[in-house]
Design a protein around this ligand. Sequence first.
Ligand code: ATP
Ligand code: MG
Length: 425
Amino acid sequence: DPGMAMAAEIVVTRLTANGHEAFWVGGCIRDELLNRPVHDMDITTSALPEEVLSIFPRCIPTGLQHGTITVLQDKYGFEVTTYRTESTYADHRRPEQVVFVKDVKEDLRRRDFTINAMACGVEGELIDPFYGAKDLDRRLVRCVGDAEERFEEDALRMLRCVRFASTLDFSVAKNTWRGLLRQRDKLAHIAVERVRAELERIVEGPHPWRGLGMLSRSGLLQRGKAPFPWIGSDLAAAAAYVAGIGELESARLRWALLLHALGRSAAEADELLRAWTFPGATRVGVAGVLRVREAWTAALEEVPAGDPAGTDKLRRRWIAAVLTHGQDAACGWLTLLKVLPADSPDELKDFPAVAQTWMSCMTVTGLADLAVGGTELAEALDRRPGPWLGLVLNELLLKVATGDIPNDKQQLLAEVKRMVGHEQL
Ligand code: ATP
Ligand code: MG
């Protein structure tokens, strides 16, 4: 975004014009050197927070005690942070004490990885005391300083390490990986939400398979506050199922695939995602897809292979599942089937395509589409509305959706009277 770069340049230039040092720092330098899109630009400066506040009229004291001020320039906001060091970390996460310093190299030293510990000035001068550019070339995630110490200070860095390796498709430097293995138990100190946020970036990022492999090998996830069942042996069994995860566009389907591969039921998946503090919409979406899977597996088990009427029975069961769980969930399951290894019986190999045709032939998808309403129906039968009404309406909906009866008021009422005659009510 050239607008953002120009606005950031104004901020950096104004700081230097006032006699301070100021540099772009961290992720934006890394992404720029990798030729990847830069989504935000952080600035590091020798100016003290009160000096920053006095130079820029429009700013928000985002994290004043840590020296961070958000400076508003044009339509952008930039985090401007005073050079600082950190010491004595509480609970393996938060630095207890922040000390402002004069040397940018001191500030870079507190940063997590060499590829995140570079700064760059307006003249394009790169400050790279830990050889981050070289690690970018070698495609390595490496801790600044002693890995074990750095992970011990802040255990979240271990997941950030896996996340950067995964999304950038990098390897982890040997000593860094060793430090991670030694400190992995400390992940228990990190809030579930933080862990989940990193996990989302891994699973929803460009190389999820890579991150999942590293999570499995590291054994990190079993050590969190809300353990995620992603253990080595599970991974080996699940590998074939998850290999296609990167082909799925939708985050919801990636999670559904993952939980499917781990052999979780819809109810278990729902519980797990709740424990992991996922937003309700994700949870409901994932569980819906898995419910369709359950309905479909049950249908396959009930319809004997070689049954001449088998296809039509399956068609009815599929339509019933679509009506119960919704089209989104049904389409989601069809999409998953395309990336899952084909282990279905031969006659169903083209099931996703066939099911799509079945679905596109449905003239109704919900009670609102039905040509008769509940009140009308109760009046026609001269009965009081009650729970029976919902059962009857859904029965009618299924019959219309499968094409057994047309969606016509008179015919629907006749059908209901026939059902009453047969004492189905
Ligand atoms: P992205 O925004 O794409 O996740 P980023 O590198 O900008 O990548 P942020 O979390 O925005 O990551 O943090 C900005 C910078 O702050 C990082 O580049 C790194 O230098 C430093 N940093 C962030 N979190 C930590 C941490 N837990 N320990 C040490 N340094 C950190
Ligand atoms: Mg960032």
